[in-house]
Design a protein around this ligand. Structure first.
Ligand code: PLP
Length: 444
């Protein structure tokens, strides 16, 4: 959890995936989200934290959510449900994982008498979720690099308005790829990395994946699981959220299909359709949190599909640096055992926002609309479909207004976001300058 990325460049995965038996899953019906979270995550945590510490971290992580159910389910149509994952402090599903790892980091570091410096790069949602999760925690400094002028106003204000002095929003003169490249440079600079105690919280952190497994259980139980099988459709970028669904399935939750929904940046859809895994150019879309070229958590799914052969995966990742690779027939069959996929154009996304408002009264954010559109095409008779709604419509008001004529208001608890004072530092796209800034502004 504290290390994030392994030093050899690979990703951490659990050696074994614990299973939960059907009677324990059935007993989740009527339990609180926090109780279910404890049951699902406890077997992965071992001796690292005591039972009481895990319970306390879970309680503090979700107490600031704006909905008592944390992840409520609403019905869109016969057999089609929307899992609202946007009631956290920054109105996107990333709060589920980030709020929890904020608490877990603080608990672990305090016990060790240690501090870390978290540096993250964001195109918007990850950075705001990280700043919200770590602000005011005494053993952590947080620096978030975002591309100056290229995040939405709500996203920027969520990063620049927290007043705690352990969190720092850095507006980089560059684009998101520049921010990510500088972040990688810092992690590869072992002297700097060890000197400031650099830690990462990007979506390849295993603890983030784990926290997201929980709502697959809570929602499946709400529609009749484990006595009936459920399918999920997930708006997908880095494959973290849907990979959590795959882990839930391996833990014993009866899931039929896991459907990957992409926007026009469709590397995953092409791959799952048998066309190999080849990078293209990222095309900006109205669902910007899914505008990716390389889907970092997909490596974990490939690892299982190649029978956990680390050497084979390392070779594929090398080929990816040079542009891409073909997936072997055996691995393709293993992936297709679990995953389906669909791709949604910009026009279809807008049309879905309009249509869903008309047929169900639900105002969808563009990412969630991508999911609902794919789910409508992939639904099977008799198996409930749950589509994950990954952000609140008010986080992407321009796209929603263009589709519906309605400008979604912020929830009342954050309605004054546009009035709060902002605090940020403009920084050049330059490694030495960034390192110097971080060294000068961290607390220790
Ligand atoms: C991050 C994000 C996604 C993509 O999630 P992955 O885990 O990267 O697949 C989708 N929608 C929204 C709103 C997001 O913030």
């Amino acid at each position: 959890m504290l290390t994030g990325l392994a030093r050899d460049g690979g990703l951490y995965v659990p050696e074994t995936v614990p299973t939960i038996d059907a009677s324990t899953i059935a007993a989740m019906e009527g339990q609180s989200y926090e109780q279910i979270a404890y049951t699902v995550m406890r077997p992965f945590i071992g001796e690292t934290f005591s039972d009481d510490e895990v319970r306390a971290c879970i309680a503090r992580a979700y107490e600031g959510f704006g909905h008592a159910a944390r992840a409520p389910l609403v019905q869109l149509d016969q057999g089609h449900f929307l899992l609202e994952l946007f009631h956290g402090p920054t109105l996107a599903f990333k709060d589920f994982a980030m709020q929890l790892i904020g608490q877990l980091f603080q608990t672990a570091l305090k016990r060790r008498g240690d501090r870390v410096t978290i540096v993250g790069a964001t195109s918007g949602d990850t950075g705001s979720a990280a700043i919200e999760a770590f602000r005011g925690l005494s053993n952590v400094d947080v620096f978030i690099l975002y591309p100056h002028g290229r995040v939405s106003e709500v996203q920027r204000r969520q990063m620049t308005t927290p007043v705690e002095d352990n969190v720092h929003a850095l507006a980089v003169d560059g684009d998101f790829d520049d921010c990510q490249a500088r972040l990688k440079d810092m992690f590869n600079d072992f002297e700097f990395r060890d000197g400031v105690g650099l830690a990462g919280v990007n979506s390849i952190n295993w603890a983030r994946v784990l926290a997201q497994v929980v709502y697959y259980f809570s929602s499946a139980v709400s529609v009749g699981g484990p006595h009936r099988t459920v399918s999920f459709t997930v708006p997908t970028g880095n494959f973290g959220d849907i990979f959590a669904g795959y882990i839930a399935k391996r833990m014993g939750l009866p899931i039929d299909r896991l459907v990957v929904a992409t926007n026009q940046n469709d590397i995953l859809h092409r791959c799952l359709s048998g066309q190999g895994y080849h990078k293209g150019d990222t095309i900006p879309s109205i669902s910007p949190s899914m505008d990716i070229q390389v889907s970092s958590n997909f490596e974990r799914a490939l690892f299982d599909a190649y029978d956990r052969d680390g050497g084979a995966i390392a070779q594929l990742m090398d080929e990816l640096k040079a542009g891409g690779f073909e997936v072997s027939q055996g691995a393709m069959e293993a992936l297709q055992d679990h995953f389906d996929s669909g791709r949604v154009s910009e026009e279809e996304t807008s049309a879905q926002i309009t249509a869903s408002l008309k047929t169900s009264g639900e105002l969808l954010c563009p990412h969630s609309a991508v999911g609902v559109h794919v789910a409508e095409a992939q639904r099977a008779q008799g198996t409930p479909m749950i589509t994950l709604a990954t952000a609140h419509p008010a986080k992407f008001p321009d796209a929603v207004e263009a589709a519906t004529g309605l400008r979604p208001p912020l929830p009342p608890r954050m309605a004054d976001l546009y009035e709060r004072a902002e605090r940020l530092t403009r920084v050049p796209n330059d490694l030495a300058a960034l390192k110097a800034h971080i060294i000068a502004h961290r607390a220790s």
